[in-house]
Design a protein around this ligand. Structure first.
Ligand code: NDP
Length: 489
C-alpha cells in the first residue's frame, strides 16, 4: 500500500485543525503521517486564543459576583486580583494541554517535527534543519496571526498573543478595533480593573452581527465602564516621553534607541511591546491621549508568508489566504488547506470539521464537502453573545420576516438592583415559518446558542419552537413563549 513517498500525509501546523486531521488519518485510517509545528502544539486556540481567553473571562467575572452576593445576603468583601498568581496557574494549565496534544499525536503514531516546515514542491516538505520529507498529500494548517494597522510606531502596541505574557496589567489601555477580540478583551480587562478605552472605526462595534444585539452589547459595555468611541481610529502614536521631548520620528526604530537588529527582535518578540512606558496616541477626531498600553485588535491574517506556496502553483487570495475548493483542495491536487489559513470561517470547531472532511475525502474514500451553513458561535463579552443564522438585516434583505425579540432584566441581577438587560431574539420566515436566525445576549449565551443551534440547523419552525414547553423560571424560556412578532421586516 505504501507509495514511494516518505509519508501518506504531511501536516504543517499543530493547531486544532492540523492535529485532528493528523491523528484521525493515522489512527483511524492507518495512514503514515507526519506533522511539523514551529511553535507550541495546540495552536492559536489552545495556546494564545480561545482557551486562555475564556479562562480570563472566568477570572474577570468574579469581581462583580461579590457585589451581587452582598445583595443576596452574603457578608463578603471585594478582594484584589493577583495577575501573577492567575498567570502562573494559566501557564501550568496551558503546559498540561500542550502535553495532551503531543500525547494524542504520539498515541496515533504521528511523527512530529518541532520546527518550521515549508513547501518545496507538490510532494516535498522542506524542514528548517535543512532536511526534506516527501508525502503523497500535504495539508496546510498553519493558521493565522494578529496584524497591526499601518500606523506610525504601531509596534509600540501589543496584539492579543501578548496579553497572556504581560508581566503586570496596565492601569489603562486603549483597544483599537471593536471586533470579537477587541470586545472580548475590553470586557475582560475592564472586569479585572483596567481602565479601558476602545476606538472602533465604524459607527458601531461588532460589525456583521445583528444590529439590535450589537446595540445592547455596546450599551452594556458602556454601562460597565468601557469608554467606547465609535467612528474613531488611531492616526499616530509615540512613546509619551519621546513625544513630549519632540524626538519621536514616525519610524521609531531610531527613536527607541534600537539598532536594526534589536528592532527586528522587538517586532518578533511581541511580549516586550507595551512595556516601554506610557504611549501618546492621536485619534482621527484630533483627540490626543496617553495610555499605559495600546492593544491592536484589528483583525488577523493567514500564515502563508514564506511558505513557498505560490512558487509551487498554490494560489493565494487577496488576503493571502490559500484558495481551496469545497473539499479544502488547493489548485495543486496534492496540497490541501484547512482552518484559518484558508480564511473561510475562522473558528476552531470549523477548522476541526474541515480537517475531518479532508480525512474522509482523502483517506476515507468518501468525498465530503465542508458544510459552512448555520454555524453557531459566541462572543465572550459580558454579557455573552450567542448567535446562529441570519441577522435581522440579512434576513430582511432575503425575504419577508417576522422578528420576535424580548429584552428584559433577568431575575438574578434585577434582584441585586443591577440595571442589566438580556435579549432573546428569533428571526422567522413569514412564508415557511422556519427560524432563520437566533441571537442571544445573556449570561452563558454561548451555552444556550449551542442548543438552539441544533433546532435552527434542523430547520425547525417557530411553531415547533412554541410546541416546546417552557422551563421556568429561566431567561431562555422566552425563546418558546414569544407569542406575537415585535415587528415585521
Ligand atoms: P475582526 O475582523 O472581528 O475585527 C477587527 C476590528 O478591527 C474591526 O472592528 C475592524 O473594523 C477593525 N479594524 C480593522 N483594521 C483596522 C484599521 N486599520 N484601523 C482601525 N480599525 C481596524 O477581527 P478580530 O481580530 O477581532 O478577530 C479575528 C477573528 O478571530 C474573528 O473574525 C473570528 O473569526 C476569530 N475569533 C473568534 C472568537 C470567538 O468565536 N469568540 C474570539 C476571537 C476571535 P471594521 O469593522 O470597520 O472593519
Amino acid at each position: 500500500q505504501m507509495s514511494d513517498f516518505d509519508y501518506d500525509l504531511f501536516v504543517i501546523g499543530g493547531g486544532s485543525g492540523g492535529v485532528r486531521a493528523a491523528r484521525v488519518a493515522a489512527g483511524e485510517y492507518g495512514a503514515k503521517v507526519a506533522l511539523a509545528e514551529e511553535d507550541r502544539y495546540g495552536g492559536t486556540c489552545v495556546i494564545r486564543g480561545c482557551v486562555p481567553k475564556k479562562l480570563m473571562v472566568f477570572a474577570s467575572g468574579y469581581a462583580e459576583l461579590v457585589d451581587e452576593a452582598q445583595c443576596f445576603g452574603w457578608d463578603i468583601k471585594p478582594g484584589t486580583f493577583d495577575w501573577h498568581a492567575f498567570k502562573t496557574r494559566l501557564n501550568t494549565e496551558l503546559d498540561r494541554l500542550e502535553g495532551v496534544y503531543r500525547k494524542l499525536l504520539a498515541n496515533s503514531e504521528v511523527d512530529t517535527f518541532d520546527q518550521r516546515a515549508t513547501i518545496k514542491d507538490a510532494h516535498t516538505v522542506q524542514l528548517a534543519n535543512g532536511e526534506t520529507r516527501t508525502a503523497k498529500h500535504i495539508l496546510l494548517a498553519t493558521g493565522g496571526r494578529p496584524v497591526r494597522p499601518d500606523v506610525p510606531n504601531a509596534q509600540l502596541g501589543i496584539v492579543s498573543d501578548d496579553i497572556f505574557h504581560l508581566e503586570s496589567l496596565p492601569k489603562s489601555i486603549l483597544i483599537v478595533g471593536g471586533g470579537y477580540i477587541g470586545c472580548e478583551f475590553a470586557c475582560i480587562l475592564n472586569g479585572l480593573g483596567v481602565e479601558v478605552t476602545m476606538y472602533n472605526r465604524a459607527a458601531q462595534i461588532l460589525r456583521g452581527f445583528d444590529d439590535e444585539a450589537r446595540g445592547l452589547i455596546a450599551e452594556s459595555m458602556t454601562n460597565a465602564g468601557v469608554d467606547i468611541h465609535c467612528g474613531t481610529s488611531i492616526v499616530e502614536m509615540a512613546l509619551e516621553s519621546e513625544h513630549e521631548a519632540g524626538t519621536m520620528p514616525s519610524n521609531s526604530d531610531a527613536a527607541m534607541g534600537a539598532t536594526a537588529e534589536q528592532s527586528n527582535e522587538l517586532n518578533n518578540c511581541d511580549a516586550r511591546a507595551g512595556t516601554q512606558g506610557p504611549i501618546w496616541v492621536k485619534a482621527s477626531n484630533g483627540a490626543e491621549k496617553v495610555f499605559d498600553m495600546v492593544l491592536f485588535a484589528t483583525g488577523r491574517a493567514p500564515n502563508t508568508d514564506g511558505m513557498g506556496l505560490e512558487e509551487v502553483g498554490v494560489s493565494l487570495g487577496r488576503r493571502h489566504e490559500v484558495e481551496v475548493d469545497e473539499y479544502s483542495q488547493s489548485g495543486v491536487p496534492s496540497i490541501y488547506a484547512i482552518g484559518d489559513v484558508t480564511d473561510r470561517v475562522n473558528l476552531t470547531p470549523v477548522a476541526i470539521r474541515e480537517g475531518m472532511a479532508f480525512v474522509q475525502t482523502v483517506f476515507g474514500g468518501n468525498p465530503t464537502p465542508v458544510d459552512h451553513d448555520l454555524i453557531p458561535s459566541a462572543v465572550f463579552t459580558q454579557p455573552e453573545f450567542g448567535t446562529v443564522g441570519l441577522t435581522e438585516e440579512q434576513a430582511a434583505e432575503q425575504e419577508p420576516v417576522e422578528i420576535y425579540s424580548a429584552s428584559f432584566r433577568p431575575m438574578q441581577t434585577a434582584f441585586a438592583e443591577k440595571n442589566k438587560r438580556v435579549m432573546m431574539k428569533l428571526i422567522v420566515s413569514k412564508e415557511t415559518r422556519v427560524v432563520l436566525g437566533c441571537h442571544i445576549v445573556a449570561p452563558n449565551a454561548g451555552e444556550l446558542i449551542q442548543l438552539v443551534g441544533i433546532a435552527v440547523k434542523a430547520g425547525l419552525t417557530k411553531e415547533q419552537f412554541d410546541a416546546t414547553c417552557a422551563v421556568h423560571p429561566t431567561m431562555s424560556e422566552e425563546l418558546v413563549t414569544m407569542r406575537s412578532p415585535t415587528r415585521t421586516a
